[in-house]
Design a protein around this ligand. Structure first.
Ligand code: TYD
Length: 255
């Protein structure tokens, strides 16, 4: 994984389906934008690019045979892993890196930790790392840990369809994979924070904001003359700003 030397920071939010990482990613972007007047950009994987579009069809069981439209055409696990890695390369090239270069903080809803946790259901961890080795390393990753029965309950109340990896047994496995992959990546020096995602949304948001502030403070303190430095002016704005209030969160969720 390569180190981010662009002025924008790459922050990744991860978790099981139903763990709330999408809500938290959107709230973090809103916090940056509303409160800081800072530039932040929400994005997600699978991306909106061409490979991401195919992945979304596969995940929602809508990829069918050209001759028999009723026949579902799943992809085998290795092809899925390669497609997620290819989508990531495209996502980085067309969306993430141009934003980071412009000094925009990118908040990604899923990234390569998802590949390591989900694709290692069927495949070797080492190979999945290899096919993702050229991906830019995130500056910080949050993992929202939520017990799988709670995830399933949340999904049932929010969705009309069930995607590929969303049954309870599968989620139990993916959670164990996440825990093991996080341990390995932390040993390799990656900054990954596990957060209890079963707490109320506002509490989780406040943990995310406080940890993000620490990250930016560390970059400002680095003072190493590289482009990764956060300016004093930016830092003062960030440090003085509280997380979104419960009513701001509620109005975001209604809108
Ligand atoms: P989606 O419904 O788009 O996201 P979410 O459930 O987070 O709202 O589904 C994405 C699914 O794809 C999710 O089950 C995780 C899975 N996935 C992988 O298996 N590998 C990956 O590399 C990524 C990015 C996602």
């Amino acid at each position: 994984m390569t180190v981010n030397t662009y002025p924008g920071k790459l922050i990744v939010l991860e978790g099981l389906d139903g763990s709330g990482q999408t809500t938290q990613a959107q709230l973090l972007v809103k916090w940056f934008q509303d409160k800081r007047g800072q530039l932040a950009y929400y994005t997600k994987e699978p991306s909106d690019g061409p490979v991401g579009a195919i992945l979304k069809l596969v995940l929602s069981h809508r990829l069918t045979s050209p001759t028999d439209k009723r026949e579902h055409r799943p992809l085998d696990p290795a092809t899925m892993a390669l497609a997620f890695a290819a989508d990531r390369a495209d996502h980085l090239h067309h969306e993430i890196v141009p934003k980071l270069r412009d000094g925009v903080h990118v908040i990604s809803d899923r990234y390569y930790l998802s590949s390591l946790a989900y694709q290692s259901i069927d495949l070797e961890y080492k190979w999945i790392r290899e096919i993702n080795q050229h991906a830019l390393g995130p500056d910080l990753t949050f993992f929202f840990d939520v017990p799988p029965p709670i995830c399933v309950k949340r999904m049932q109340s929010q969705r009309w369809h069930v995607e590929l990896y969303e049954d309870l047994h599968m989620l139990e496995k993916v959670r164990r994979n996440y825990q093991e992959c996080i341990r390995q990546l932390q040993l390799a020096g990656e900054k990954i924070e596990a957060v209890d995602g079963s707490q109320p949304v506002a509490e989780v948001h406040s943990i995310v904001v406080n940890r993000t502030k620490q990250l930016l403070r560390a970059f400002a303190a680095a003072n190493d003359g590289t482009r990764s430095r956060v300016s004093e002016e930016q830092l003062a704005l960030i440090m003085g700003t509280e997380p979104l209030t419960e009513s701001e969160i509620a109005s975001h969720q209604e809108g």
